[in-house]
Structure formats: structure tokens, C-alpha cells
Design a protein around this ligand. Structure first.
Ligand code: PMP
Length: 453
């Protein structure tokens, strides 16, 4: 495997490079070797000096030696590592009852009622179907879309990631050249608001979608669905312009396809603007898919689907998932939802996210490798460039910063086709003090990277 953050698609961003000449502690080397022996070649580690965390609380993590890290990356534990409300809810439910969705239970009903109330039309009176992972959620969404439309064509963005099942991997181009895309899959270019005038971007984006719909039809494939992460996370984090997806939804519906909002990254208050990422674009998806932060680490995911969209599927086929929606999973999801609501984590994401972006803008005045600052709420992208005029992607600097921050015990990562976009995506309980610590460490790292050039 080559060094981290290369510009070749398929080389995972921020991956540990076993061939690099890093002087690793003996204990780290031993764990890496054992891991390779028992887990095999397909797994990747983060960082040139992999991190060995043994404990977490809130936004902090501790390694084996007791050293503390600031977590500015992990969105799964969105209401904080080891959140006591979620831990207690899971524990209580686990010692009370763990059964599946073929028995009556209040928990799943109350959760579904509260969750869909946060969605707009047509999902407000739609249905919740639960899975264990985001991949399964997208798989189910596509299964429904194919059944509903009678077609299998799927349109995604150029660097999209939607999952690891056979179907979802087939429409996840960010997995790289070695991972085959379906012949029924089409891509539209990343909506790069840094390089394309936002006024032009919306028109160009919907035109690309229309062209790909026509191409699918020309090849005898109709459109089943357009599926999108509205923060374009793996494409490089493009939170603006928010007028982008409305016209696309129109084009997709005109062609008889479904609009699927993949909320695995953008959902559950992450954007600071709205509970769901697609709401920032004022679109009405036929299905939204949920995952990652839904149970604060407990594997619970799912879809909310419009009634009409799933009606025939539900009569002609059936759905069961042994673990998906079990009573413990729902207790985790309910408790997570309560913390987001009761601690106003939407407001916190907006407020602290703004503080981080303001701080980044100040840093950009003295560090000219910072080309662009994007994002919303606590999903922030910082594009590193070697020259601002040419906007030339600078993966080496991004890699040095991610690893330099890791050495200062602050965890972030990078993303995008060129692996040059710093990805800052902390738990939603990130505080102003955490933001200050992140910014000070970043300033220090940038200065150090500049000095060593
Ligand atoms: N969709 C998006 C946008 C994701 O980021 C991911 C996970 N990174 C998935 C789907 C798949 O989720 P999971 O890993 O839970 O299967």
C-alpha cells in the first residue's frame, strides 16, 4: 500500500503505510503484526503512527499509556463517547428484553413516531424500517427503488461512498478502481464549489444528472434512483450551494426515479442547520437512509420511506432483519435521539461549528496552504493547496497536518479525490474549549509543516 492521501482513487485517505520508514514503538508494531495475521489484508489503519485507544468519554480518548486525545473526527459517537444516558438505556434494555420486530413492542413505535415527526413531507407520515448498518439501509432503499420503478439504473456523485455490500459497493466509486461499478451505475461530477462558480454550479449539476438519465435510457436502463449524501463527504465536503439538489429532485422524478437522501453522514443534527441534511436543500426525498450516529455506537440504522413508495413492495415482498430494530438497538437510538433533542446539539453544532470556521479563517490569513474552508455545523472541510491562484491540490501537506495533529493528540482525517481536504467532524458535544484546543494545535502543526518545507 502506498503512502497516505495519494491522489489516486482507491488508496484510502489517511491510511497507515506499513512500508514507510516510521519508527514505531515495539508494542504498536506487535499489535500491527498480530492484526495483519488474524484480520488479513483488506483492513486499513489510520495514521503513520497508528493510534491505540482504550477508553473514551465525551470528546476525549485515552491510549494505553493514559495519554489523552481530543476527538475531532468521530461522528458515530455523536452525543459523546460512553454517553451515560445511552449506556444506561442499553444496559437497562439488555437486562430486560432483547427480541426482534416480530413481536409487539412499544419502544420501536414510540421511536418511529418521534423520528418521522422530524422529517418533512412526504416522510412525516412515512414508515421507519430498521437495519444494523448504513450499507444495509442503502441496500434496502435500492431494493425498494428497483421494485417500485421496475428499473435498476442508479446515479451517484463521482466520489460517492454508500456502503460495503455487493450492491452498495457497486455504486460507491470512492472504493477505487479495483472495486467494480455496476454497468447500470452512472456518475455525475463532484459539485466543486471551490473551482466552479456557485451561480453556474447548480445548472451544471442538474444538466449532468439529466445527461446521465438519458445515457441510462439509451442503454436500455431506466432510472431507479439518484442517491446522494447532501454534504458530499467523500467527494471532499461541499456544503454549499444549498440550491443544488432541488432541481435534481425535479429531474429525477420527471424520469420516474426515486430521490434517496443518504443521511448516514449528514443526518441527526450534524449540519447545525437542520436535523436532516436534505432539509438544507429543501428537497423532498422519497427515502432517507440513516446510520452511523443513530445509536451512538450501537449498530442501528434504517430508512424512512414515503408510504406510496413502499406500499407495493410491502405487499409483494416482506422484510425482516434479525438484529435490525431489536429492542436494545431501539433503546440506544431512542436515548441518542433524546440527548440530541434535550441538549440542543443542533444548536451546539451550529455554534461551535461557526467558531471553528471563524478560527480557520483567521488561520488562513497566515497560512496560505489553506485554500478553502467549507462545511456546516460540525462537518468541516479545509482544502489544502500548494498555490492559491492555481488551487492546486496539496495532498502531502494535508497528510502532514493530519499526522502532525495526531502527534499533538488531536484526531482528524482527510477526504476528497485528491485526499487534500482536512475532514473535521467531531462528536456533536464538542465544546468551545475543544474548538480552541483544535485550532491552537492546527496553528502549531501548520507552522511546523511550513518550517520543514
Ligand atoms: N453512506 C454513507 C454516506 C457513509 O458514509 C457510509 C459509511 N461511511 C455508509 C453509507 C455505510 O455505512 P456502514 O458503514 O454503517 O455500512
Amino acid at each position: 500500500m502506498t503512502a497516505t492521501s495519494t491522489s489516486q482513487r482507491g488508496k484510502m485517505v489517511n491510511a497507515f503505510n506499513p512500508d514507510a520508514d516510521a519508527k514505531l514503538p515495539a508494542r504498536t508494531r506487535e499489535l500491527i503484526e498480530r492484526r495483519a495475521t488474524v484480520l488479513g489484508p483488506a483492513y486499513r489503519l489510520f495514521y503513520q503512527t497508528p493510534v491505540h485507544i482504550v477508553r473514551g468519554l465525551g470528546t476525549k480518548l485515552w491510549d494505553e499509556s493514559g495519554d489523552e486525545y481530543l476527538d475531532a473526527y468521530n461522528n458515530v459517537v455523536s452525543v459523546g463517547h460512553a454517553n451515560p444516558h445511552v449506556v444506561q438505556a442499553v444496559h437497562r434494555q439488555m437486562e430486560t428484553l432483547c427480541t426482534h420486530t416480530r413481536y409487539l413492542h412499544d419502544g420501536i413505535l414510540g421511536y418511529a413516531e418521534e423520528l418521522r415527526a422530524t422529517a418533512g413531507r412526504p416522510l412525516t407520515d412515512g414508515h421507519l424500517m430498521l437495519t444494523c448498518t448504513g450499507s444495509e439501509a442503502n441496500d434496502l432503499a435500492l431494493r425498494i427503488a428497483k421494485h417500485r420503478t421496475g428499473h435498476r439504473g442508479i446515479i451517484v456523485t463521482s466520489e460517492a461512498y454508500h456502503g460495503n455490500s455487493d450492491l452498495t459497493a457497486s455504486f460507491s466509486p470512492s472504493l477505487g478502481e479495483g472495486s467494480p461499478l455496476g454497468t447500470w451505475v452512472r456518475r455525475v461530477p463532484t459539485p466543486d464549489s471551490y473551482r466552479i462558480d456557485p451561480a453556474d454550479l447548480c445548472r451544471r449539476f442538474v444538466t449532468s444528472v439529466r445527461e446521465q438519465i438519458a445515457d441510462l435510457q439509451r442503454h436500455g436502463e431506466g432510472l431507479a434512483a439518484f442517491i446522494v449524501d447532501s454534504l458530499f463527504s467523500s467527494d471532499g465536503i461541499f456544503s454549499e450551494p444549498t440550491g443544488l439538489l432541488g432541481p435534481v429532485a425535479g429531474a429525477v422524478h420527471e424520469a420516474g426515479g426515486l430521490f434517496i437522501a443518504d443521511e448516514v453522514q449528514s443526518g441527526f443534527a450534524r449540519s447545525g442547520d437542520a436535523m436532516w441534511g436534505h432539509q438544507r436543500h429543501q428537497v423532498q426525498p422519497d427515502i432517507m437512509t440513516l446510520g452511523k450516529p443513530m445509536g451512538n455506537g450501537f449498530p442501528v440504522a434504517g430508512i424512512v420511506v414515503a408510504r406510496d413508495t413502499v406500499a407495493r413492495f410491502g405487499h409483494e415482498q416482506r422484510y425482516f432483519n434479525t438484529f435490525g430494530g431489536n429492542t436494545v438497538a431501539v433503546a440506544a437510538a431512542q436515548a441518542t435521539f433524546e440527548v440530541i433533542r434535550d441538549q440542543d446539539l443542533l444548536g451546539n453544532a451550529a455554534r461551535v461549528g461557526r467558531e471553528i470556521r471563524d478560527g480557520l479563517r483567521q488561520l488562513s490569513e497566515k497560512h496560505d496552504r489553506i485554500g478553502d474552508i467549507r462545511g456546516t455545523g460540525l462537518y468541516i472541510g479545509v482544502e489544502m493547496v500548494s498555490d492559491r491562484d492555481g488551487k492546486t491540490p496539496d495532498a502531502a501537506t494535508a497528510t502532514a497536518i493530519v499526522n502532525g495533529l495526531r502527534d499533538r493528540r488531536v484526531l482528524i482525517s482527510a477526504t476528497g479525490f485528491h485526499a487534500n481536504v482536512l475532514k473535521i467532524r467531531p462528536p456533536l458535544v464538542f465544546s468551545s474549549a475543544d474548538a480552541d484546543r483544535l485550532l491552537i494545535a492546527l496553528d502549531d502543526t501548520l507552522s511546523s509543516v511550513e518550517r520543514h518545507e
